[in-house]
Design a protein around this ligand. Structure first.
Ligand SMILES: Nc1ncnc2c1ncn2[C@@H]1O[C@H](COP(=O)(O)OP(=O)(O)OP(=O)(O)O)[C@@H](O)[C@H]1O
Length: 238
């Protein structure tokens, strides 16, 4: 579905990502984990075509992605950030927007918006303004908006990190259910191994812009790695 070969990203003379190889198969949820500043969000930005790599090549659905990424490819992905970034309009309109742009008929839009708001437990907020939502509600609406367009690849960049522990736990459980039913092809960035363990099939550990280990989350915890990696994972192994 998505592949990256030998990605290097340099900004202001600093090498932020070093020789990253990455692949994502249909239906997989792959996690990117690592401490603050390890390059997780930078890698997500490159994989989601928000930044061009300094060198290396991306492939999307088997085709090399050109430097100027066409709208036809951009429209096949959705991104949810740590901050919900909802538009200053109603909840319904926020979720409907991407479907309107894609030219879906009105009835179909209503069905889909209602379905996804229901899946994320916020259908009762449909008529409310996005501005009036709590952080947890807003993030649920953002996820509904992303799933509604049925993206070929979904990118989630620390979607829970602005939420308090119980809110985060509830949303993680609901998201896991949605993943199970949709098999959405996803890249999830988190610095919390619990998110990775609950939601992903495979994870890459980043340290100083490099992938230093990868595998199923349970294996990553069991196996021994470089000292720095083990020190990072030790926080989550209790
Ligand atoms: N546009 C940029 N210009 C210069 N430096 C950047 C840029 N974007 C990121 N960096 C630097 O690259 C490094 C990796 O940042 P990144 O945000 O990718 O890490 P992260 O693992 O997602 O961290 P966090 O968990 O704190 O969000 C940091 O040192 C950051 O300052």
């Amino acid at each position: 579905m998505l592949e990256a070969q030998e990605i290097i990203w340099i900004q202001n003379h600093k090498t932020i990502l070093k020789n990253i190889d990455f692949h994502l198969l249909p239906g997989e949820c792959v996690g990117l984990i690592g401490p603050n500043g390890s390059g997780k969000s930078s890698l997500l930005k490159i994989l989601a075509f928000l930044e061009p790599p300094t060198s290396g090549q991306l492939y999307f659905q088997g085709q090399a992605v050109p430097k100027s990424v066409p709208l036809t490819i951009r429209r096949k992905i959705a991104i949810v950030f740590q901050e919900s970034l909802l538009l200053n309009t109603g909840v319904f309109n926020n979720v409907a927007m991407g479907l309107k742009i894609r030219g879906l008929p009105k009835e179909r839009i209503r069905e889909k918006v209602d379905y996804w708001l229901e899946q994320f437990g916020v259908i009762h907020l449909s008529k409310q303004s996005a501005r009036s939502l709590s952080g947890g509600e807003a993030q649920r609406v953002s996820l509904a908006r992303a799933f509604a367009i049925e993206p070929d690849v979904l990118f989630l960049d620390e979607p829970f990190s602005a939420l308090d522990a119980p809110t985060k736990e509830g949303l993680r459980i609901d998201l896991a259910k949605v993943f199970k039913s949709t098999q959405a092809t996803t890249v999830l960035v988190s610095h919390d191994f619990k998110d990775i363990a609950h939601l992903t099939n495979r994870a890459l550990i980043l340290l100083n812009g490099e992938v230093v280990a990868q595998g199923p989350p349970s294996e990553l915890l069991k196996n021994s790695h470089k000292e720095e990696v083990d020190r990072f994972l030790a926080h989550f192994s209790s």
